[in-house]
Design a protein around this ligand. Structure first.
Ligand code: GTP
Length: 258
């Protein structure tokens, strides 16, 4: 793995109870990191930040692989709701509180008999927190880059976000473009436009809704599969292609529900 950038020395207050964290919702001040992990411990990050691509076990939930996934994109595109949907299966409508700084949640998923812990970092979309969040890019194994299909400006900003990824993230980072709020009928960005941009930028693409749950699990499972495949270097197995996987799985679910 590549050398890592140092991140600011931050205090992480972890809670054993996810709902405690959800109730308070977001960080209230400064650059404190408020997260929750399976162990329910209070701990400090090392100067190098959270570990990536690590094999091991932790706290109450044993896992074999651990990956760091960051959610990035403009403010209000639905990053926090997306993470909440994945972790808790819930959607809090009309309860928008902008994220302050950075926050994370862990979830263990089973990928082809391997327990994979996804440590998912929810970042603040607001410009004023960029210098804090940039420091975390380097340690990310994967980045979900969001726009909101009902907000053209958030779509127009995707290229600027990709420039930031180029500048701050590891060159091997897995990036996927997420077109969130697909449940909204009054769109500002068509699916075709999203797909074209993603092709242009050579990143996989998926339309999702944190509100309905559409493709939320699929996005994380696809990342987990891709990262596991790379980590295990299963040369004897067929190459895993993220876009092919999400397209196949999306078609399967749309044919079952139509
Ligand atoms: P920052 O923390 O400022 O970066 O914003 P964010 O990207 O985390 O957005 P957040 O998840 O807080 O959602 C912003 C608003 O969009 C909230 O009012 C949510 O209820 C709403 N929202 C989020 N996801 C969806 C979705 O999939 N569909 C619809 N209709 N609304 C959504």
């Amino acid at each position: 793995m590549s050398s890592r950038r140092r991140v600011p020395h931050l205090t992480k207050v972890a809670s054993a109870d996810d709902s405690t964290v959800d109730a308070s919702g977001r960080l209230r001040s400064g650059v404190h990191v408020h997260g929750n992990n399976e162990g329910g411990l209070i701990q400090r990050f090392s100067a190098n930040g959270p570990e990536r691509g690590r094999r091991g076990s932790h706290g109450t939930g044993a896992f074999q692989l651990s990956f760091k996934v960051m959610l990035i994109g403009d403010s209000g595109v639905g990053k926090t709701c997306f993470l909440m949907r994945f972790k808790d299966g819930a959607f809090l409508a009309g309860n928008y509180i902008a994220t302050v700084g950075i926050d994370f949640k862990n979830k263990i998923v089973l990928v082809d008999d391997t327990k994979v812990r996804l440590q998912v970092w929810d970042t603040a979309g607001q410009e004023r927190f960029r210098s804090v969040t940039h420091a975390y890019y380097r340690d990310a194994d994967a980045l979900l880059l969001f726009y909101d299909v009902s907000n053209k400006a958030s779509f127009d900003n995707v290229r600027a976000w990709l420039t930031e990824i180029d500048a701050y993230a590891d060159k091997d980072v897995v990036v996927m473009l997420i077109a969130n709020k697909a449940d909204i009928p009054s769109r500002a960005v068509s699916k075709a436009d999203g797909e074209t941009l993603a092709k242009d930028c050579k990143v996989p693409f998926l339309e999702t809704s944190a509100k309905s749950g559409q493709n939320v699990e699929l996005a994380f499972m696809a990342l987990a599969k891709d990262l596991r495949h790379k980590e295990m270097a299963e040369l004897n197995k067929p190459k895993f292609t993220l876009q092919e996987y999400v397209t196949t799985e999306e078609n399967k679910s749309s044919c079952c529900f139509s």
